[in-house]
Design a protein around this ligand. Structure first.
Ligand SMILES: NC(=O)c1ccc[n+]([C@@H]2O[C@H](COP(=O)([O-])OP(=O)(O)OC[C@H]3O[C@@H](n4cnc5c(N)ncnc54)[C@H](O)[C@@H]3O)[C@@H](O)[C@H]2O)c1
Ligand SMILES: O=C(O)[C@H](O)[C@H](O)COP(=O)(O)O
Length: 374
């Protein structure tokens, strides 16, 4: 059994070595010849799995992407060829939600803004939108939700139409898939007309797909005096992004919102489970077998811990300003993909146990995702 896996997918040898021989490939530059005698293809978001790539594939039984986004995969083609397919829904929901929380707290700190009573609009209430919603329950931030698909099929009761949500929100965070056509198209969901209507100083966070916001229109509007606070993890035309936008962006990163150690490893684990199912092989390996101990494991709250310190605690685990700094310093020299590949270790809030000493913030910290003990 030949298994070909993206070079940036962690733990593939650890999970898959018992199932076959594992070889790695450069995901951005995959060649049809590399797939010819492959049985299992494991990709990330940068590999376009289409008719051209599968041109010589003779043995392919399974394609897995260790991501939730599937805009790089021609799923109809896989269906036609009867090649089993799986993505990894939810693998990185916690990571992206924590990226957004890190952004919101950083912005609040830097601008001396109180988040109490501010309104956050969440556009797309799937794995990530829902996780963000849950983590911010009880935070004092009002939440508005927009997901017409879930609303129409009865899975969400609180939907508010996008333009209303934008008009009422101080912060908006996008968590929709990239869909290029149809009733719920998201390509340039935020186009020049919507950009023009966004409220001054609104915090606009895009950690889904770059193409959801028209980047050229955004640049033109910022160059002509539009005042927005931008947080961009994803960009149109990655890896060749519109660098002219950077001076107008408060926090920027190289499409790493989902790249916690846990998030990436969960993606591999989910594909391992799917392949084991397909091959009727017992899936005995667990994520916990492979994750290293975090560097910080325990924090004790003192009596004077306050609302303002919640952000500080979140940033102890993950401060997205680190990633913004890396991008600004090294993008031109090292390039977008290299920065993604060499991304420093990042862990999730749950890896830190907070000893709460009866603090009134214990519940809120647990809701945010920290492990809380007396
Ligand atoms: N930056 C990163 O590292 C990173 C990591 C993970 C996911 N993503 C991106 O984020 C997207 C969302 O991830 P997820 O795990 O929550 O996916 P998901 O499929 O669980 O949820 C997407 C939600 O968006 C809703 N939706 C679709 N079209 C919509 C529209 N026009 N308006 C409002 N809602 C709409 C869907 O109904 C669904 O509930 C992914 O498709 C992926 O492109 C980026
Ligand atoms: O869709 C997703 O799940 C993410 O965008 C993904 O985590 C990031 O992209 P990748 O690391 O797979 O290139």
């Amino acid at each position: 059994m030949k298994i070909l896996a993206d070079q940036n997918m962690p733990l593939v040898e650890e999970y898959f070595a018992d199932l076959g021989s594992v070889t790695r490939f450069d995901g951005r530059n995959a060649k049809p010849e590399q797939i010819e005698d492959v049985d299992i293809l494991l990709t990330r978001s940068v590999t376009k799995v289409n008719a051209e790539l599968l041109r010589y594939a003779k043995k392919l039984k399974f394609v897995g992407t260790a991501t939730i986004g599937i805009d790089h995969i021609d799923t109809e083609l896989l269906d036609d060829k009867e090649i089993a397919f799986s993505s990894a829904p939810g693998c990185n929901a916690v990571a992206v939600a924590e990226y957004v929380i890190s952004a919101i707290y950083a912005y609040a700190q830097e601008t001396s803004t109180s988040l109490q009573g501010k309104t956050l609009g969440i556009v797309g209430v799937g794995n990530i939108g829902q996780c963000l919603r849950e983590k911010l329950q009880g935070s004092g931030i009002n939440l508005l939700l927009c997901d017409p698909i879930k609303f129409e099929n009865g899975e969400l009761q609180e939907h508010i139409e996008l333009d209303n949500l934008l008009a009422q929100s101080d912060i908006v965070s996008f968590h929709v898939p990239l869909v290029k056509t149809g009733k719920h198209k998201t390509l340039h969901l935020i186009d020049s007309a919507r950009i023009a209507k966004l409220k001054d100083n609104m915090l606009v966070i895009n950690a889904c797909r770059g193409e959801v916001i028209d980047n050229q229109a955004l640049l033109e509007s910022m160059q002509t005096g539009k005042q927005l606070e931008l947080v961009l993890d994803v960009w149109e035309n990655e890896p060749n992004i519109l660098t002219e936008l950077l001076p107008f962006v408060r926090y920027s990163s190289v499409h790493i919102a989902g790249h916690t150690l846990e998030g990436k490893a969960r993606g591999t684990q989910m594909l391992y489970q799917k392949v084991c199912e397909l091959l009727n092989f017992p899936a005995e390996k667990q994520l916990s077998d492979f994750l290293p101990n975090p560097v910080i494991t325990e924090v004790t709250l003192q009596d004077n811990f306050s609302q303002d310190d919640l952000g500080r605690l979140a940033h102890l685990v993950y401060d997205l300003r680190r990633d913004d700094g890396i991008l600004r310093k090294s993008l031109s020299e090292k390039g977008f993909d290299h920065l993604r590949k060499s991304y420093p270790v990042r862990r999730e809030f749950s890896t830190v146990t907070v000893k709460n000493n009866g603090s009134q913030f214990a519940e809120q910290l647990a809701t945010l995702g920290f492990t809380v003990s007396e």
